[in-house]
Write a protein that binds this ligand. Structure first.
Ligand SMILES: O=C(CO)COP(=O)(O)O
Length: 255
């Protein structure tokens, strides 16, 4: 059974005080049967992880380095994150890939480091508009998934979270149709089955991300292979993010 997971990616938004204000109004949103994660900027991780204890809301980072420590100016290590009470980390977001030159190899190294430290990685994959128009979606997504999750034990892969985020749908207000997202996410599940086995593919959770809003989340959650959402803009407001969580709870059907 796969429990739905709704994760907010705040990206580079909110000061610590703004984050604390948000959390004060959001913390009551925790619901049975839905895993909730807030992936917030580094400075807000510690204060929010402290506030989140016992609320059922998990806190995640949006990136990290794969090394334990060293001369990597400006970077944050996995051990530093776990020492704050952080339990999740987004890896390979398209903004990291395109704006900061993150490669598939680096993503794989980060996933390895996350698993070693007991962090749940939320691994993002997705094609650009150009790649979609060239009919290369499957090839691109397959390549990203295969590289990100290679070299693990089945038990480790089952606990990972994948997020299919078509780049053209991010922040554009133009979400994928639920049917298209289902098709690609089912394809991703088959890629996991090819790389590992059917049981791993049945258990790994795969989210959709890209312009998810309270008025379209139901259509995604209704799809058999979509296990929740990775949400940018609509996670910045505690009310709309709460509505997304409530929509997942209302379905109440782990897949
Ligand atoms: O990039 C995203 C989440 O990681 C999606 O962002 P939006 O929900 O703002 O489109």
């Amino acid at each position: 059974m796969r429990t739905p997971i709704i994760a907010g990616n705040w990206k580079m938004h909110k000061t610590v005080n703004e984050a604390l204000d948000y959390f004060a109004s959001f913390k009551g949103a925790a619901k049975e049967g839905v895993e909730i994660v807030l992936c917030v900027p580094f400075p807000a991780l510690y204060p929010l992880a402290k506030e989140a204890k016992g609320t059922g809301i998990g806190i995640g980072a949006q990136n990290m380095h794969f090394e334990e420590a060293g001369a990597f100016t400006g970077e944050v290590s996995p051990g530093m994150l776990t020492s704050l009470g952080v339990e999740y980390v987004i890896l390979g977001h398209s903004e990291r890939r395109t704006l900061f030159g993150e490669t598939d190899e680096a993503v794989n190294q980060k996933v390895q480091a996350a698993v070693k430290h007991g962090l749940t990685p939320i691994i993002c994959v997705g094609e650009t508009l150009e790649e979609r128009e060239e009919d290369r979606t499957r090839e691109i997504v397959r390549d990203q998934v295969v590289k990100a999750i290679s070299g693990f034990r089945s038990e480790e892969v089952k606990k990972m979270v994948l997020a299919y985020e078509p780049v053209w749908a991010i922040g554009s207000g133009k979400a994928s149709t639920a049917e298209d997202a289902q098709e690609v996410i089912q394809f991703i599940r088959n890629v996991v089955a090819d790389q590992y086995d059917q049981q791993v593919a049945n258990e790994i959770r795969i989210q959709y991300g890209g312009s998810v809003k309270p008025n379209n989340i139901d259509s995604f959650l209704a799809q058999p292979d979509i296990d929740g959402a990775l949400v940018g803009g609509a996670s910045l407001d505690p009310e709309s993010f709460g509505q997304l969580v409530a929509a997942a709870a209302q379905r109440g059907d782990s897949k």
